[in-house]
Design a protein around this ligand. Structure first.
Ligand SMILES: Cc1ncc(COP(=O)(O)O)c(C=O)c1O
Length: 419
């Protein structure tokens, strides 16, 4: 098992667990959050630089540098920094010309921020189930649905949004191949996967556009923010134009289109520049956390871990387990509540979009796989500042519960023999 170096737990909680704010000052053991921000220490000096230049604005040299550096890291030519990942996805939809009457295929197992922009444009999402090997969009289901539609002469989707869930890349080559047959653009929602690779290429590479998020719970954060990237310069230029209220070139304010106030603050970008310095270290740490959990919980009946697809290198943004009640005698909700009782935050796997009341009218292709992940899946605390002692606290709750169940079963089985 790889050793986790001891780090101090940050005081701030990030957006994860805010609903449990009353627990912050618990007299019991300190709260362990799911994935809180983890500052490296250089962020403040970056922010000071922005202050010294008086670039306390939604634009500035820090934004320019942050865009350049993320583009380099992602291996994509052009980038525009934005207020959130959701804003980035909205601009991707808008620049692609998605509109009322269109359909956009989306992964059902995801966070709503990657899907709601489809609705902002008046279009309708169609949800595709996950494959078991990566938990991302099942390329076979995608191919089948597109093929059936094409054969029936039905309208094809205006775009496909593939998602890289929990730090793991979707099978991008297959998705690109399938969509390429019909000329359908692919947008990669890599909000959770900055730093992950697919066949040695950075997350999202090859897609028409790629979205990242720098929300407080992400592997690196700007406190809140996102980025839209593309190898198509005009695509990114159009997004940037719309993100700044679609201001036409003129000395006064002239608008021939309607845009948004979606730019990233220069102060946020300064934080991002500090964070970016430690991205590689954070990936190592996330993977060490995964290894720690999987080593310490090895052999527990009915507990398995999210697999790593053979084609890629996941960041393991969150360590996710599947708990099978029949085998373990436990279920994910009992485990979640037991952790919560110990002041430890964990979170069910994303509730599939096709089960959300907001999308009850939408079509879903398959659905059973991600429904099962939701029923059995639990995201364990994965903050990169966690110490060995923090990880042991989590592990011991699960091990104790599992041992108690096993003992109960043993006694029951023994009783059955006696009588
Ligand atoms: C898969 C996915 N898509 C989109 C988003 C939206 O990003 P943001 O919260 O920055 O708007 C997030 C996360 O927050 C996400 O996890």
């Amino acid at each position: 098992m790889e050793e986790i170096t001891s780090r101090r737990q940050p005081v701030a909680a990030g957006n994860e667990g805010m609903e449990n704010a009353g627990r912050y000052d618990s007299p019991r053991q300190k709260r362990i959050f799911l994935s809180p921000p983890h500052m490296c220490g250089d962020e403040l000096s970056m922010v000071k630089k922005a202050f010294n230049g008086n670039y306390i604005a939604p634009l500035g040299p820090q934004v320019d540098r942050f865009e350049k550096k993320i583009a380099e890291k992602a291996g994509i030519s052009y980038a525009t920094a934005l207020a959130s990942g959701t804003a980035a996805m909205h601009l991707a939809m808008r620049v692609l010309g998605i509109e009322r009457g269109d359909e956009v295929f989306c992964q059902s197992l995801t966070f709503i921020g990657g899907v709601s922009p489809v609705l902002y444009q008046g279009a309708v999402p169609v949800f595709i189930d996950s494959e078991k090997s990566s938990w991302n969009m099942d390329p076979d289901l995608l191919a089948e649905e597109l093929h059936t539609r094409a054969r029936a002469g039905k309208k094809m989707p205006a775009a496909v949004i593939s998602t890289d869930i929990y730090g793991q890349c979707a099978d991008m080559d297959r998705i690109l191949d399938i969509c390429g047959n019909y000329g359908i653009p692919v947008v990669s929602d890599s909000a959770e996967a900055l730093g992950a690779t697919y066949k040695g290429r950075p997350a999202g590479a090859g897609a028409k556009a790629v979205v990242f998020s720098f929300n407080g719970n992400k592997i690196i954060t700007t406190s809140g923010g996102g980025m839209l990237l593309s190898d198509d310069e005009r695509f990114v230029q159009a997004a940037r134009f719309l993100s700044q209220q679609a201001r036409d070139p003129a000395p006064h304010y002239e608008h021939s289109a309607i845009g948004y106030n979606y730019r990233m603050s220069n102060i946020a970008a300064a934080i991002g520049l500090g964070q970016l310095k430690v991205l590689d270290d954070r990936i190592l740490q996330k993977r060490r956390i995964f290894n720690y959990y999987s080593g310490a919980l090895k052999g527990l009946a009915g507990v398995e871990f999210m697999p790593e697809a053979p084609y890629g290198h996941s960041t393991r943004w969150l360590t996710v387990v599947l708990i099978t009640p029949g085998e373990s005698g436990l279920d994910r909700e009992t485990v979640r509540k037991a952790l919560e009782a110990e002041n430890i935050e964990s979170r069910p796997v994303w509730k599939p979009m096709h089960l959300q009341p907001a999308f009850k009218e939408c079509r879903v292709c398959g659905g059973g796989v991600c429904e099962d992940f939701f029923q059995r899946g639990l995201c364990l605390p994965s903050g990169t500042a966690m110490t060995d002692a923090d990880l042991d606290r989590v592990v011991s709750v699960i091990r104790k519960m599992s041992a108690a169940k096993a003992e109960k079963r043993r006694l029951k089985a023994g009783g059955a023999i006696c009588h």
